[in-house]
Design a protein around this ligand. Structure first.
Ligand SMILES: [Zn+2]
Length: 309
């Protein structure tokens, strides 16, 4: 089995967790004690849920996409309260630097989905985003709604932005987010084929762009919606959103959330998927020997990925 360099230690930690799990929370159909020594990987997988897995060293998570990366993400399935905070539509000459100060003060790494035209206009802000350890990603040249466009124009929107980001900071983006979350399945595939980008959507949306804007609303919605594995959507072009950040970030931290970039979150999701059983198929077969139902933590793929006006 091919594994990325960080996986072995994660797997070792996992085995430790499994042994503990097997002893402490004895599942209904646990192994007889004699077999404990020889817990096969397959058995381990059946006994575990994501909550049993240890959280690996987050700083060591790769910043390149794993081979198992999916075509599209709205949220992820990860051990621990790990999340990715994303900021769209920048860079903005005043609001983005103000946000960067707040992130720096708290040691938080975020992901910025940049507008190509703005990246070309304010390259110094893009440079600072990268210099401070954040991820830069593609959000089209001028916030075009891709579903209204032909293939060649879609690629042009993304390629020109890709080039502008590279020119501004020397780093090539590896992710994109369609404006308004509007993209078709065939566009997702076409974009992945040509640019290698997975599509990044979100599961937490405080609608910070919507009038009347208020820092209070941003804070309350983000806190209410955020879960382990969440991808949070905000916009650093709005002063109210940036105003909301100190309190929002501090509260997320106080609630135990840890922040990584989207690419790191994708890596954690991929590592987790390797260690857990695949999602249950339609109808698990019931037999007489099955005395108690297993707690299926089924957080299925979000279905509402496509259009969001
Ligand atoms: Zn946007």
């Amino acid at each position: 089995m091919m594994q990325s360099p960080v996986v072995p230690s994660f797997a070792a930690l996992l085995l430790g967790a499994v042994m503990t799990c097997a002893q402490d929370n004895k599942p209904a159909e646990s192994l007889p004690p004699k077999d404990k020594e020889a817990v096969s990987e397959e058995t381990v997988k059946r006994a575990l849920t994501v909550d049993d897995l240890p959280v690996p060293d987050l700083a060591a998570l790769p910043r390149t996409l794993p081979p198992e990366a999916k075509l599209s993400y709205s949220q992820t399935h990860v051990p621990g309260k790990v999340i990715a905070y994303t900021f769209d539509d920048g860079p903005h000459p005043q609001n983005t630097p103000r946000l960067l100060d707040m992130l720096k003060e708290r040691g938080i790494k975020a992901t910025f989905f940049l507008i190509g035209k703005s990246a070309a206009t304010w390259p110094d802000v893009v440079k600072r985003i990268v210099a401070e350890g954040h991820e830069v990603a593609n959000h089209t040249w001028d916030h075009a709604q891709l579903t209204h466009m032909k293939e060649s124009s879609v690629l042009q929107e993304l390629q020109s932005t890709h080039d502008a980001i590279v020119k501004a900071c020397g780093v090539a983006p590896i992710l994109y987010r369609p404006p308004y979350g509007a993209v078709t399945m065939s566009q997702k595939k076409m974009i992945h084929e040509h640019l290698g980008y997975p599509t990044i959507l979100w599961d937490v949306d405080p609608e910070d762009w919507k009038a009347p804007r208020s820092a209070e609303k941003v804070h309350d919605e983000v806190i209410a919606q955020t879960r382990a594995g969440s991808i949070i959507l905000c916009h650093d072009i709005h002063p109210t959103t940036v105003d909301a950040m100190p309190r929002t970030l501090d509260e997320l931290k106080a609630r135990g959330f840890q922040f990584v970039t989207v690419t790191q979150l994708i890596n954690l999701d991929a590592q987790t998927a390797k260690l857990l059983p695949p999602p249950a198929p339609k109808e698990p077969k019931k037999t007489e020997t099955e005395t108690s139902p297993k707690p299926e933590e089924k957080k299925a793929e979000p279905a509402k990925e496509e259009a969001k006006p």
